[in-house]
Design a protein around this ligand. Structure first.
Ligand code: KIV
Length: 280
């Protein structure tokens, strides 16, 4: 009997008897289930990561979720917004993060135009999983529910994303706060419920005013993971790693709380290097 090692850690699969002792996806589902079970409990911590060393450092520090977000387009690839990100970009960076074999759940964003139909959404999700993602995230509510269902029914965990949707920034003409009126709040709640019914294990809430984020968090049965929604309004938080580390000084969102200044540290180190090499 030949026993092959699984693609990334996890479980052994027999190739002769056609009986999978345990499929590698069990690990991903278990990780997603353990995040889902944190509703109302210990806050969920999530950060974006786009490369191997960052993924290793964040994982060693004990982060729960590594999000290979399509913010990649802005803070790594130098595009003005996320609408330029392609599936090939995402696959390249998901694979780099996956090589760190983190304990944290690796979530990969479905980039714009890669989930227009349930069939396309599932195909894109499968490609991200083949690259090393353990779960995927997509933007939107009711109109995405069938796509989410197609992916979750195939055994791939899905994270929702509501509120400000960066992939729609051009249609919306900028980044605006959401959930300011009772109508908007109700639409967000209905969207979230449609996502939950379709099987999401958690939902990112982006740039929703704190009162509404709190209301949604109280009403929903899966963890809400906030960004730009105020402090302690959600079941967890996600931040873009460059905002946390101060390594992208050209644009810092107003809600970001940097914990370091890597831009300054980099400038100082490079200036010292130049002086040393010049013998000055
Ligand atoms: O792409 C990303 O980094 C995200 C976060 C802002 C949640 O979607």
């Amino acid at each position: 009997m030949i026993i092959k090692p699984p693609p990334r850690g996890g479980f052994l699969v027999s190739t002769t008897c056609c009986v999978a002792l345990k499929s590698p996806t069990v690990t991903a589902l278990q990780k997603a289930d353990s995040i889902r079970a944190r509703k109302g409990g210990r806050p969920v911590t999530a950060l974006t990561a786009y490369d191997y060393p960052t993924a290793r450092l964040l994982d060693e520090a004990g982060i729960d979720i590594l999000l290979v977000g399509d913010s990649l387009g802005m803070v790594v690839l130098g595009f003005p917004d996320t609408t330029h990100v392609t599936l090939d970009h995402m696959l390249h960076h998901v694979a780099a993060v996956a090589r760190a074999t983190p304990k944290a759940l690796i979530v990969g964003d479905l980039p714009i135009h890669t989930y227009e139909t349930p069939t396309q959404a599932l195909e894109t999700a499968r490609r991200l999983v083949a690259a090393g993602a353990e779960a995927v995230k997509l933007e939107g509510g009711i109109r995405q529910a069938e796509k989410v269902r197609a992916i979750t029914e195939a055994g791939i965990p899905v994270m929702g994303h509501l509120g400000m949707l960066p992939q729609r920034v051009l249609e919306e003409g900028g980044y605006r706060k959401k959930g300011k009126t009772p109508e908007q709040t109700e639409a967000l709640r209905e969207g979230a419920q449609a996502l939950i019914d379709a099987g999401v294990f958690s939902i990112v809430l982006e740039s929703i005013i704190p009162e509404t984020a709190r209301l949604l968090t109280a009403a929903l049965t899966v963890p809400t993971i906030g960004i730009g929604c105020g402090d302690q309004t959600c079941d967890g938080e996600v931040a873009v790693i460059t905002d946390l580390l101060g390594s992208f000084p050209w644009f810092v969102p107003p809600f970001a709380t940097p914990e370091a200044d890597l831009a300054a540290a980099t400038r100082t180190a490079v200036a010292r290097y130049i002086l040393r090499v010049r013998g000055a």
